[in-house]
Design a protein. Structure first.
Length: 428
């Protein structure tokens, strides 16, 4: 078929799809909404009053002053006078929708005993957590009610835990929720029970050895590719094979750092193997601010302010532990911002949406500006996760994830009145 005929055929097919009300992907064309007369906080620019956001088929078609955004006849109008529109918030690390996620921090001897009784899962760097997702509407609603519309879900167990998925909170169908899959490999400085590695130093050696094995595998494959005749093929190592994209293609590797020492260890491994490294949990990142300024990399900072059990503030009495939880750890994000470091905030370790909102409010009370908090939950995670072209701000062409509130988003008395996820509204 000539190029001209192919273009004509494609044009006719597109016209037929439009006439049938279907998208090229096979789904029905979504509804059209006009959110009118809201105060708009696009994050990509300065806030403005009396704005209109036009949503069509799951995307933002236009956003601007109401007198400059014409409303089509087929649009359902959402009267938003007195409301404020924000981009949907992004939690850049969670363990949501998993049957039995391992707690981010073990707090008591009973917790330790219960954890020790569980068998260690096998390390699976090629495992994709999407296969285990079981979304629950109550969990989805709890996060939507505080403005979270997108979450990164990561595996919760093991050392090489597997690969995460980015979801829009649009219901209970995991397939329809996927924004990006996979996103990153997640690695945790934990130990194995009843086997190797049973110590922290063993874990570090184990992580390094696995990356060294992958480097050797890559080198052996390269040599064999040039000598297919007369050379015995290299032995197949599925573990090393699963790590190759993170060594050769520089796909993200997220290290969970539950304390200051683990931040330092992660930085050494990232530099040794030239990884595209992220740090998550990072609740003692402020202690490593100087090192992180010299070696900036993506920080996914939890809003869970419980001191890790390895913290110096835990083993010197209950009064100091309570002070650390109430004052020192909530100030982590503010101290990072004062140091000029960029970061995304996460709900890792928190049970639900209200706990997440309380964590944001605690960080603001501890000195984090509202502007920095908003950026750390919108544009910064979108950039880190590779979806800045479609999420993180209110701009034409982006996914229609937005939050409508009565009052400033993070105020204690503010009410989230409506959210849109993929252009579909949910009222509260």
């Amino acid at each position: 078929m000539s190029r001209f005929r192919l273009l004509v055929a494609l044009s006719l097919a597109g016209a037929a799809l439009a006439a049938s009300g279907l998208t090229p992907g096979g789904g029905e064309v979504g509804p059209t909404f006009a959110v009118r007369h809201a105060r708009v906080v696009p994050v990509a620019g300065a806030p403005f009053d009396k704005g209109t956001i036009l949503i069509r088929d799951g995307l933002i078609e236009a956003v601007g002053p109401s007198d400059k955004v014409p409303i089509p006849e087929d649009a359902e109008i959402v009267e938003a006078e007195g409301w404020t529109a924000y981009p949907g918030l992004i939690s850049a690390h969670t363990n949501l929708f998993l049957e039995d996620p391992r707690p981010a921090q073990v707090q008591t001897p009973a917790d330790l005993a219960a954890a020790a009784a569980q068998p260690s899962p096998p390390d699976q760097p090629g495992f994709r957590v999407f296969a285990e997702l079981k979304p629950r509407q109550t969990t989805v609603d709890g996060f939507l009610k505080v403005g979270v519309t997108t979450v990164l879900v990561a595996p919760a167990r093991g050392i090489f835990q597997g690969q995460s998925v980015l979801l829009n909170l649009n219901g209970q169908d995991a397939t329809a929720m996927v924004v990006k899959n996979p996103v990153a490999l997640h690695v945790n400085f934990t130990t194995a029970r009843g086997g190797y590695p049973s110590s922290l130093m063993g874990t570090i050696a184990y992580i390094r050895q696995k990356f060294l094995d992958a480097e050797y595998t890559a080198a052996a494959q390269a040599v064999y590719a040039k000598n297919l005749r007369g050379m015995k093929r290299p032995a197949y190592d599925p573990f090393a094979e699963a790590l190759l994209p993170f060594l050769k293609e520089k796909k993200p590797v997220v290290f969970q750092c539950n304390n200051f020492e683990e931040v330092k260890r992660a930085l050494l491994i990232i530099d040794e193997f030239k990884l595209n490294g992220f740090l998550t949990q990072a609740n003692e990142a402020w202690r490593a601010a100087e090192a992180l300024k010299k070696r900036p990399l993506p920080l996914l900072v939890t809003l869970d302010t419980r001191p890790p059990r390895t913290s110096q503030y835990v083993n010197q009495g209950e009064d100091l532990r309570k002070k650390a939880e109430a004052e020192i750890y909530p100030a982590n994000a503010a101290n990072l911002a004062k140091s000029g470091l960029k970061f995304a905030l996460t709900s890792l370790g928190l049970a639900d949406g209200p706990a997440f909102l309380k964590g944001v409010q605690g960080a603001i009370k501890a000195g984090l500006s509202r502007e920095d908090a908003l950026r750390a939950l919108t544009v910064q995670p979108a950039e880190y996760l590779g979806v800045a072209a479609s999420l993180g701000t209110l701009e034409a062409g982006k996914i229609a994830n937005l939050v409508l509130t009565k009052g400033e988003l993070f105020d204690e008395k503010t009410q989230v009145v409506q959210v849109f996820v993929d252009g579909v509204p949910t009222k509260f």
